[in-house]
Design a protein around this ligand. Structure first.
Ligand code: AMP
Ligand code: ZN
Length: 462
């Protein structure tokens, strides 16, 4: 009958409704699955990314020259005028900045704004007694928080997720960096900080933490410790995602953590000088870590000659911060060894990727996530009377990383407990970690007529 709706017509109608209502919904929902936070920035295409980079680089160079005497001096010495940086290729002409520049200009030598504009300071190990201090304006803190928010988002963290943040709070940037990031994203942070393993596990269980952030070595330790405490991690915990960084780790460690906890483990990279965490993160493709190209320019150089290397070649990572207000950094040499890949990733993001960090081109040790330079230890020992000139630094791993320092002492002080305690507390004050101190007889430690072998790293290489 005309006008009546038959069964076939209903079907056709449903299909039309589906097509018109549901399909557009899908189109909205589908890409959102890839990224929810700062989606446009995450999905910038190469052309747009390059346009932003060049625009920011030109401003940054002029800003740094105008406001930071150290950079002005370096540009003048290199006979480079800020206006002559006109293309991204001109970056090669910008002088490098190195860690000792921060130490030599301690505490706030690289400062581009009046001190009253600073909202926060953090610090990290320098190469001798003094740390290096980094500064942030309100805008820097906001930007950093959103960057870490994006970083966590790539790892799959979502608004409302419970994030147990087991990175250290305080001068170290890890704790607060992830804290700000989780807040920016709208997740719920539990700021447990480091240590107190029993309580960490209890809270992880009771509060149903969905995300954990910490050093990979601590998470490997939790694999053992959780079982020792009587938990069955896959059953008793609800952790879906782990974001691990601040030290090198291996595929074997990842596999172990994922097997024991049943979570997806992602590598995250950053450093104090570059805001802190949130510089680069692995996406689900796990083929390197995306560096946020709208905020950082990344290059690799030959660490011996400073020559810029082609993408794909292994060398030292060098970063330029594109929008830091308080402490802009131009071509900062990280000493971390890696490679850069520029091709679009399978995840759809075009931000460049770096390979998992391979090692360092200097002698910095990372002990339980804390950076330690042998020169810092020497500096402490040389300032204590009653000690000989020879010492040895022994790094080992039993459940967690351990540091021991053996040092020669005059015969009358060999059994001096007060001396050992003094060394221990001075090391603690400079390094921020505990060391076992052993006093040995003068002449007991091996001498070398070449380079002294002061560091013995007994940690297993995976
Ligand atoms: P910090 O300034 O204390 O955060 O230390 C930064 C240094 O930690 C970097 O220069 C790297 O050597 C190391 N680091 C940070 N994240 C990672 C990572 N995901 N893999 C390997 N090393 C890392
Ligand atoms: Zn990707």
């Amino acid at each position: 009958m005309e006008g009546e709706v038959g069964p076939n017509q209903v079907d056709t109608l449903s299909v039309c409704v589906l097509a018109q209502v549901i399909y557009p919904l899908f189109r909205v929902v589908e890409p959102r699955r890839i990224s929810l936070f700062e989606r446009k920035k995450q999905l910038l295409k190469p052309k747009e990314l390059k346009r932003i980079q060049l625009d920011r680089l030109r401003k940054l160079v002029r800003y740094s020259y105008r406001n930071v005497p150290l950079f002005r001096k370096r540009f003048d010495e290199a006979h480079v005028k800020p206006e002559s940086i006109k293309a991204l290729e001109d970056l090669e002409r910008v002088p490098f900045t190195v860690k000792t520049d921060l130490r030599d200009n301690y505490p706030l030598g690289i400062l581009a704004v009046p001190r009253t504009k600073l909202y926060c300071l953090h610090a990290s190990s320098g190469t001798t007694g003094k740390p290096i201090v980094v500064s942030y304006t309100h805008g820097d803190l906001e930007r950093w928080g959103r960057l870490v928010g994006r970083t966590l988002d790539v790892a799959g963290v979502r608004k409302g997720d419970i994030v147990q943040n087991m990175f250290g709070y305080g001068l170290f940037t890890g704790g607060l960096g992830f804290h700000y990031g989780a807040r920016a994203l709208g997740a719920t942070v539990i700021p447990t900080g480091t240590g107190n393993t029993k309580r960490q596990l209890m809270l992880m269980n009771d509060l149903r933490s969905a995300v954990v952030t910490c050093t990979p070595s601590y998470m490997v330790y939790l694999c053992e410790a959780s079982r020792a405490e009587g938990y069955e991690p896959r059953k008793d915990f609800a952790v879906r995602i782990g974001v691990f960084g601040a030290e090198p780790w291996s595929e074997e460690a990842r596999k172990r953590i994922e097997d024991v906890f049943g979570l997806s483990a992602r590598d995250v990279y950053g450093m104090t000088e570059l805001y802190g965490p949130g510089v680069a993160i692995e996406c689900e493709q796990r083929n390197g870590l995306h560096v946020w190209g709208d905020e950082f320019l990344v290059e690799t150089i030959n660490p011996d000659t400073g020559e810029v290397l082609a993408p794909g070649k292994e060398g030292e990572l060098v970063f330029t911060m594109l929008s830091r207000e308080a402490m802009p950094l131009l071509r900062y040499r990280t000493r971390d060894l890696s490679r850069v890949f520029e091709e679009e990733c399978g995840c759809g993001r075009c931000h460049p990727r770096i390979q998992r960090i391979k090692g360092r081109s200097d002698d910095m040790l990372i002990i339980g996530g804390v950076n330690v330079f042998p020169s810092q230890i020497e500096h402490v020992l040389m300032n204590i009377s009653g000690l000989g000139d020879q010492y040895q630094i022994i790094v080992s791993h039993r459940e967690l990383d351990r540091l021991a320092v053996k040092v020669e002492a005059t015969p009358d002080r060999l059994n001096d407990l007060a001396l050992r305690m003094e060394i221990r507390s001075d090391l603690m004050a400079v390094l921020g970690i505990n060391a076992d101190v052993e006093l040995v007889e003068l002449g007991a430690l091996p001498r070398s007529d070449g380079k002294a072998r002061r560091v013995i790293d007994l940690r297993p290489r995976e």
